[in-house]
Design a protein around this ligand. Sequence first.
Ligand code: 5AD
Ligand code: FES
Length: 319
Amino acid sequence: MDGNEGDYLRQRAVAVRQAVYGRDVFIRGLIEFTNFCRNNCYYCGIRRDNRHAARYRLTEEEILGCCREGYRLGFRTFVLQGGEDEYFTDEKMCRIIRSIRSNHPDCAITLSIGEKEAASYKRYFDAGADRYLLRHETANEAHYRRLHPEEMSLRRRKECLYALKEIGYQVGAGFMTGSPGQTVDTLYEDLQFLRELEPHMVGIGPFIPQRDTPFGGEPGGTAAMTVTLLSIIRLLLPRVLLPATTALGTIDAIGREKGLMAGANVVMPNLSPKEVRKKYALYDAKICTGEEAAECIECLKKRVRSAGYTVVCDRGDYR
Ligand code: 5AD
Ligand code: FES
């Protein structure tokens, strides 16, 4: 793609985003509450076989504390993200969800805890969860095999996404750009799948190698490619909630600003306690691991403003 095509794509994406959401950028407080995971995805730094990962779990009290602090800072969406950690049984998850719901009735609760039975998804929903993030990672069978061990399957991943939608969640899918084995053809299938699923949210960020994983020596994705895909997805799904991700901010000092200027409209600052942030290391050199939540939100507000947008403090639901 030459410079002019890129500019044109971006302009179109920004116009579509402007028509639906104006200049608003929504913030989501991310709480990385466990890095224990039973899965072994080849790209991921918290995969089961990574002996170098320093494992941690937040207590219910700590999680609620993050929400309290987040609420004070203006967050009205909390994202509970973690590995697939069997310690957090459905009972425990439901108790946490109910507590957040009763402490903060005006907030949205987003879960990002992987593949579960539909019955479990239903229990979390009934306990008060509103949204669920589960990236499909790739919609191409062979590519899915390249990224995941035998015991995982694309079919199951897709079933989970459809089950979540059926239950009534606002659902997020997505994938990494530049993951090993990704081609124009696999990306085409990703877009076809997104068009079919019609998710409310799409998480897109560059693949960044993590040194203790089987893909530690593979090349990473680029900011340019990520930004191009953000624009394409904005045009494909005009009302989608589209984050400018931390991974994009990690490979490019102004990556998130570039994402916003290409059609993204969400940022997800970290609300996890400072002591554990470095340990939620899906990839190397992750940004914002040394900041307090308050510093991070101030920094992001400045960045959002510098891109010509404004942070709004409401739930930021799908329109
Ligand atoms: N680089 C970038 N993103 C990653 N993720 C996992 N590992 C990496 C990595 N090495 C993404 C996956 C997952 C999300 C939580 O983080 O897409 O769904
Ligand atoms: Fe976290 Fe800038 S966004 S410090």
